[in-house]
Design a protein around this ligand. Structure first.
Ligand code: TXA
Ligand code: MG
Length: 317
């Protein structure tokens, strides 16, 4: 199969309406999309990704009215978050109406929904009367794609089309929020920081559900490159890692003197810039046959540093 890779939303829309898969750009990562109300189309997503059926999918749409037509209720704190941060890197868990196939929510009573912030994809979604189910467009367990090329590296010749919307501007998956006993809870740290959520609705708990994979984006091992990973916190830690096959992904520590394989995530200690470049850096070194070990610096644990550190922890298991 020839995989188209361009900006033709007319073609993308036709393919999706006929039950096919199209990779779509979002501000977080590229998604592998299909008609979220069509069981057969959704099933193909699981097959192509080799994703277990117990791992539920996120629905994407462009308008609040559409969201409301697919859920039973919209708790006030979540509605406030939606009003403030949609379109954006925020996914909400809402009680689903029976229009939504059980395959989407893996049989759970809540469905994950978000309005992504990407012009091409919003234009595409505005032409569709169904939501797009879209997990990150990578094989299950691997690093998420932030560029069209990352998607092609795995799915060229396997899916019909990649809608090329350029590099993702946020670069890390959406933050997932739901309610538990009238309290908002973060189930997955992501591109919308805990600090910004709390500035809108007050204190929220972060639930790390890695021990209980009801939210498998939180599985203990996930987001993993193939090469060995060493996490460092300090200059001293870095010194002990020097070897011929090492590549470095650093934030504020200077690289070892003779190191040639180095990516500095930000020149200005900027967490947003680091998030934008993080998955690209992982895949860049992972695809280089001269490299056997990725030495990666942990970020300070606030703002998007939290989400990056969370991915790093799971990638390094
Ligand atoms: O930024 C993102 O969220 C990207 C882009 C494409 O939108 N999508 C993404 O999807 O990261 P995925 O499938 O790689 O991760 C979705 C995660 C699941 O692994 C699961 O942890 C959680 O969302 N999830 C989805 N539906 C859920 C539900 N009903 N209950 C609990 N967790 C859910
Ligand atoms: Mg994923």
């Amino acid at each position: 199969m020839k995989t188209f890779c361009d900006q033709d939303i007319e073609r993308a829309s036709q393919l999706l309406k006929s039950g096919k898969l199209v990779a779509i750009p979002t501000e977080t990562v590229y998604g592998l999309a299909a008609n979220g109300l069509d069981d057969n189309a959704v099933r193909q997503i699981f097959e192509v990704k080799k994703r277990p059926f117990y791992d539920p999918l996120i629905l994407h749409t462009d308008r609040m009215e559409k969201v409301k037509s697919w859920v039973l209720e919209f708790p006030e704190p979540l509605e406030k978050l939606a009003a403030e941060f949609w379109p954006g890197p925020l996914t909400l868990l809402l009680s689903k109406s029976n229009q939504i196939p059980d395959l989407i929510s893996a049989g759970l009573p809540r469905v994950a929904i978000r309005i992504p912030n990407h012009k091409l994809t919003l234009d595409l979604l505005s032409e569709l009367d169904f939501p797009l189910a879209a997990p990150s467009a990578n094989p299950f367990g691997y690093v998420s794609p932030t560029k069209a090329q990352h998607v092609l590296n795995h799915f060229d010749g396997i899916i019909e089309m990649v809608l090329d919307g350029g590099p993702a501007t946020v670069g890390i998956e959406s933050t997932i929020v739901g309610m538990e006993e009238n309290q908002a809870v973060i189930y997955r740290l992501g591109g919308l920081s805990k600090e910004r959520i709390e500035s809108a609705i007050g204190p929220v708990e972060v639930k790390d559900s890695s021990s209980k994979p009801s939210a498998p984006g939180m599985l203990e091992k996930h987001y993993s490159p193939r090469k060995k990973i060493q996490v460092v916190d300090s200059k001293e830690g870095l010194e002990s890692t020097q070897s011929l096959g090492a590549a470095y992904i650093l934030f504020s520590i200077d690289p070892p003197k003779d190191a040639t394989h180095v990516i500095q995530l930000s020149q200005t200690d900027n967490h947003n810039e680091a998030a934008q470049r993080f998955y690209d850096a992982l895949q860049h070194w992972d695809n280089n046959p001269e490299i056997d070990t990725l030495v990666i610096e942990r970020l300070p644990d606030f703002d998007l540093g939290r989400a990056i550190n969370d991915r790093l922890k799971r990638a390094a298991v």
